[in-house]
Design a protein around this ligand. Structure first.
Ligand SMILES: Cc1cc2nc3c(=O)[nH]c(=O)nc-3n(C[C@H](O)[C@H](O)[C@H](O)COP(=O)(O)OP(=O)(O)OC[C@H]3O[C@@H](n4cnc5c(N)ncnc54)[C@H](O)[C@@H]3O)c2cc1C
Length: 338
């Protein structure tokens, strides 16, 4: 049975720092507490699952019942000579799982160090950074189906992972509550230092022998120097996805804008950094009143304090329109607008 609280302040529970209220709010730290959730009178206006609030922009008070996932626990299910399988409670903090894996010598998620949020949200947008995505290590996702009250386990293939995408952002959006994720990590590490400036950072750190910890430390150093800390400036990381376009369109743009960066993907597709497109449109460092675009990261929209979520959502649309007008590319938001 959930302990539901009315008119609950969400200001400290979202990294944009939006000062909004949930009409009703409850936390849960055991799967059993979810039984009969659909029948709760408080759920009549719908249910919103909250993890770390680091991929959300609240544009106003939330009429739904906000259920805050706090299910903890890391259980080693099994291991063989090469791999270890961990079942992790969805309310565990993602970076704490990374630190646990680093300390235990389990490889696979060290490149994903310092990504904010919970383990349960990691499969939703298939979090990724520095050449690694959550889908590379997720074996299965366990969820509670709100309508039926049943628990289901989906295997990796059935999660339909793609770049910042999965079945949880599509058919199952707002219909399920992820309660646990099973990861298969490597006891024999395969290091990935080719992406971004990891190697450069390792060199600067004087690392001569690669290790899981060295890579995690390098990623932490790079991220801390590049991304605004939400405790200081409200933000939700990259606000937009990097668009993947037909390579013919990319080449046509390259003829016109020779410095446009692009990364070739299979299937005649090229990924273009959204930050570059936004910067070219003159938005980097833009500020209006108490919100704007970060001065170092054109991909990051920020709340300098007391901004309204609607103003930031409107700014994101204006940016999308200006990129579409100039480059003929429709940006997509990565952040969930609530
Ligand atoms: C500074 C900063 C840097 C970031 N860098 C990266 C990065 O490098 N790569 C990256 O991929 N992301 C990045 N992000 C985005 C964010 O960290 C991830 O999307 C993260 O997975 C969100 O986790 P959360 O628990 O905060 O989710 P929330 O923001 O609480 O929720 C996000 C969405 O998932 C749903 N949800 C959450 N938990 C559950 C659950 N248990 N069951 C069902 N639905 C659920 C919510 O309803 C919502 O729709 C960054 C964010 C910030 C602030």
């Amino acid at each position: 049975m959930l302990q539901v609280q009315p008119h609950y302040a969400l200001a400290g529970l979202n990294t944009f720092g939006m000062q909004v209220y949930a009409a009703r709010y409850a936390t849960f730290d055991r799967e059993e507490e979810l039984a009969g959730l659909q029948q709760e009178p408080a759920a009549a206006a719908g249910i919103l699952v909250l993890g770390g609030g680091s991929n959300m922009l609240f544009t106003g008070d939330v009429p739904q019942l906000v259920v805050h996932n706090r299910i903890k626990g890391i259980v080693k299910l099994r291991e063989d000579g090469q791999h270890v399988w961990l079942q992790v409670g969805a309310g565990e903090i993602w970076h704490e799982l990374v630190l646990y894996a680093v300390a235990a010598g389990y490889a696979g998620i060290e490149n994903l160090s310092l990504i904010p949020g919970t383990v349960g949200a990691a499969p939703i947008q298939n979090i990724g950074a520095y050449g690694v995505e959550a889908k590379d290590v997720i074996e299965a996702v366990r969820y509670y189906d709100i309508a039926s009250g049943a628990f289901t386990v989906l295997g990796n293939e059935d999660c339909r992972f793609a770049y910042r995408d999965s079945i949880f952002k599509r058919e199952l959006k707002n219909k399920v509550i992820i309660t646990a994720v099973t990861f298969r990590l490597n006891k024999i590490p395969v290091f990935n230092t080719s992406y971004g400036n990891i190697q450069q950072e390792l060199d600067a750190m004087g690392v001569t022998e690669l290790s899981i910890r060295a890579i995690s430390d390098a990623v932490i150093r790079i991220r801390s120097s590049k991304l605004p800390d939400p405790r200081e400036i409200g933000n939700a990381g990259s606000f937009f996805k990097n668009p993947e376009v037909d390579t013919d369109l990319y080449l046509a743009l390259k003829a016109q804008y020779p410095t446009i960066p692009g990364y070739a993907l299979p299937g005649h597709i090229t990924k273009i950094p959204a930050g570059w497109l936004i910067e070219q449109c003159g938005w980097k460092g833009y500020r209006k009143d108490n919100y704007g675009v970060h001065k170092l990261q054109a991909l990051v929209l920020v709340n300098y304090g007391g901004a309204s979520g609607q103003d930031i959502a409107d700014l994101s649309l204006t940016i999308m329109n200006s990129v579409a007008e100039r480059f003929g590319i429709q940006l997509e938001r990565e952040v969930q607008i609530i």
